[in-house]
Design a protein. Structure first.
Length: 123
C-alpha cells in the first residue's frame, strides 16, 4: 500500500507539464504514508515562493547529504531536465539511486526523490 502511493505519485509527476500544489500534495502525502516519522510540512509553504525550492526541501528533509546531479538546458521553455540523486558522488555502487526527468526542473527533481523513496521503502 505504501509503495503503491509512491508509484501513483511517480506516474502523476511523469505525466505532468507543471508542478502545482495538488501534485505536490499528492507526492508529499505518498511520502508521509511511507515515512511517517519524516517531516515534509514546509514543502507546501515553500511552493508559494518557488517550485524548485519546495522540491529541494523534500530532498533536504528526506535524503539529507545526498548528491544531486542535474542535466538539462535552461534556454528551453519546456526543457528536458534530468535529475539523479545518490548517497555519494564518489562511489558508483550506491544501492539506492533516484532518477527522474521532466519538462521542468522541479518535476525532474520530484520524480527522482519519489523514485529514491520507493527504493528506500523496499530496502
Amino acid at each position: 500500500m505504501k509503495v503503491e502511493a509512491l508509484a501513483n505519485a511517480i506516474e502523476k509527476v511523469q505525466e505532468a507539464n507543471r508542478l502545482d500544489l495538488e501534485l505536490l500534495a499528492i507526492s508529499v502525502d505518498a511520502m508521509k504514508k511511507t515515512f511517517p516519522d519524516s517531516d515534509f510540512s514546509d514543502a507546501a509553504s515553500l511552493m508559494n515562493i518557488d517550485q524548485t525550492e519546495a522540491v529541494l526541501h523534500l530532498v533536504e528533509e528526506h535524503l539529507p547529504e545526498w548528491t544531486i546531479t542535474l542535466k538539462g538546458r535552461a534556454d528551453e521553455i519546456d526543457g528536458d531536465w534530468h535529475c539523479f540523486l545518490r548517497r555519494s558522488d564518489t562511489r558508483d555502487n550506491d544501492a539506492i539511486i533516484g532518477s527522474g526527468s521532466g519538462p521542468r526542473l522541479a518535476l525532474a527533481i520530484l520524480a527522482a526523490v519519489l523514485k529514491a523513496s520507493m527504493l528506500k521503502a523496499k530496502s
